[in-house]
Design a binder for this molecule. Structure first.
Ligand code: GLU
Length: 463
């Protein structure tokens, strides 16, 4: 176990933007305004303050229960060993086993994983799925590993954290840089360690598995489906019907591509897409299904107009798809922008460029607090991540239930139940916004904290 570095706050930092500095001081937490964990906990504690949660609940939520850090060697294909660093942070389990993804990314850090674990606690509570919050990561660049190396990294990591996870303890899932194949290796490795009598139960140790190996139908598209369910619930009431809605999508991995494809099916037009390889625009609407095939083949959206320029597929031609700059991507006039890439992508600088009416956060924490202030000042509504992207963990919950009961749901049931969870989460958020006269992010945290606060009030603190 490793604890985050604790530093005494400097005089200047104490006067910084944090609203919960008294709790930060009490817990000896540093006060770096650029730190994602501190930004996130500050926003959650502000909501807790509005809700008048007791002090002990606030300090419990301000730090994760467990921070697990591991180092493990893996033999690479050249015969040399590389030492990898991995994390699993278990933020809170008041509502159920810790739950949340594991990411493979070269920028993974303990504080980022802590922030994401906290967001999982909030997300599960808001969506009313009976889980707490956790998150994990391995510091690596999965694009530079071949299939065998990726398998060895996956198996060694899950072995390293195996004592801390389990179907009723902590249940990992996919996140940035991981997928159903990696979940299959995780599940198989864990099952191998569980012994034959509990092999079947052990399958539920991870979700997001391939459908043929205990995964759920509808899980792969679930986060994008959830984004679209929330947008369909909220946007029409803001005078923005989905038919003809102009949309831009930042990031075209699992969440971005499914959000784009599913919103297009409802009559919206995806006019601009950006990812780590570049940005493209077509005011007539990009064919997101063809774009997803291009990304699967080439690794990114760059070159889309060029390689598919002359083709006519389904409803659209791609003749009008043009490469644009990052700044032009943000400046493209749209009704809805879906950030579906990494954290902290929307900064005060690009917030000034954004020409959208609403932002639906498909990624976790894509907006910095300073970026958010600019957007709100400019009258741009933000549908927060813990609401918009709760679809993934909700269908993970369905997968876990199916594993526990040895049943398989059809996709219609998965989609209908997911929609019910998403619509109820959206309504809870809107209700809290009206009742407490706050922005939607604070409202979502309030709606999540209401449930956690109730449970702590009922069960108390042992002993
Ligand atoms: N990684 C996803 C998230 O951030 C899914 C988590 C899960 O299914 O447990 O919500």
């Amino acid at each position: 176990m490793t604890k985050a570095t604790i530093e005494a706050p400097s005089q200047a930092a104490t006067q910084s933007a944090f609203r919960s500095s008294s709790i930060f001081n009490e817990l000896g937490m540093k006060q770096d305004p650029d730190n994602l964990y501190l930004q996130t906990i500050d926003a959650v504690l502000t909501a807790a303050e509005i809700l008048e949660l007791p002090h002990h609940v606030k300090i419990i939520l301000a730090q994760p229960k467990n921070e697990i850090m591991v180092h493990f060697p893996v033999m690479m294909n050249d015969g040399k060993y590389h030492l990898f660093k991995g994390y699993r942070v278990q933020h809170n389990n008041a509502l159920g086993p810790y739950k949340g993804g594991i990411r493979f990314h070269h920028d993974v850090s303990l504080d980022d994983v802590k922030a994401l674990a906290l967001l999982m606690t909030m997300k599960c509570s808001l969506a009313r799925v009976p889980f707490g919050g956790g998150k994990g990561g391995v510091k690596c660049d999965p694009r530079s590993l071949d299939n065998d190396e990726l398998m060895r990294v996956s198996r060694r990591f899950i072995t390293a954290i195996s004592r801390h996870i389990g179907p009723d303890i902590d249940i990992p899932a996919p996140d940035v840089g991981t997928n159903a194949q990696i979940m299959a290796w995780f599940a198989d490795t864990y099952q191998g360690m569980a012994g034959s009598s509990s092999r079947n139960d052990a399958l539920g140790v991870v979700t997001g598995k391939p459908v043929d190996m205990g995964g759920s139908l509808g899980r792969e598209k679930a986060t994008g489906q959830g984004v679209v369910d929330v947008v369909s619930e909220i946007l029409p009431s803001m005078g923005l019907p989905l038919k003809g809605l102009k949309v831009s999508v930042q990031g075209f991995g699992n969440v971005g591509s499914w959000s784009g494809r599913l919103i297009e099916e409802l009559g919206a037009k995806v006019v601009a897409v950006m990812d780590h390889t570049g940005a493209i625009r077509n005011d007539e609407g990009l064919n997101t299904e063809v774009l997803a095939m291009h990304v699967a083949e080439t690794g990114g959206v760059a070159g889309f107009g060029a390689s598919h320029g002359a083709t006519q597929t389904g409803k659209h031609t791609q003749e009008g798809a043009q490469a644009i700059s990052i700044e032009d991507f943000y400046r493209t006039p749209v009704d809805l922008l879906i950030p579906a890439a990494l954290e902290q992508m929307i900064t005060p600088e690009n917030a000034d460029w954004i020409d959208a009416k609403v932002i639906a956060e498909g990624a976790n924490a894509p907006t910095t607090p300073a970026g958010e202030r600019r957007l709100l000042e400019r009258g741009i509504e933000i549908l927060p991540a813990i609401l918009c992207n709760a679809g993934g963990v909700t269908v993970s919950y369905f997968e876990w239930v199916q594993n526990k009961t040895s049943t398989y749901w059809d996709v219609e049931k998965v989609d209908a139940d997911l929609n019910r969870h998403m619509v109820m989460a959206a309504r809870r958020t809107q209700l809290a916004k009206q009742r407490y006269e706050v922005d939607l992010r604070t409202a979502a945290y309030i709606a999540a904290l209401e449930q956690i606060g109730k449970v702590y009030a009922m069960r108390g603190i042992f002993p």
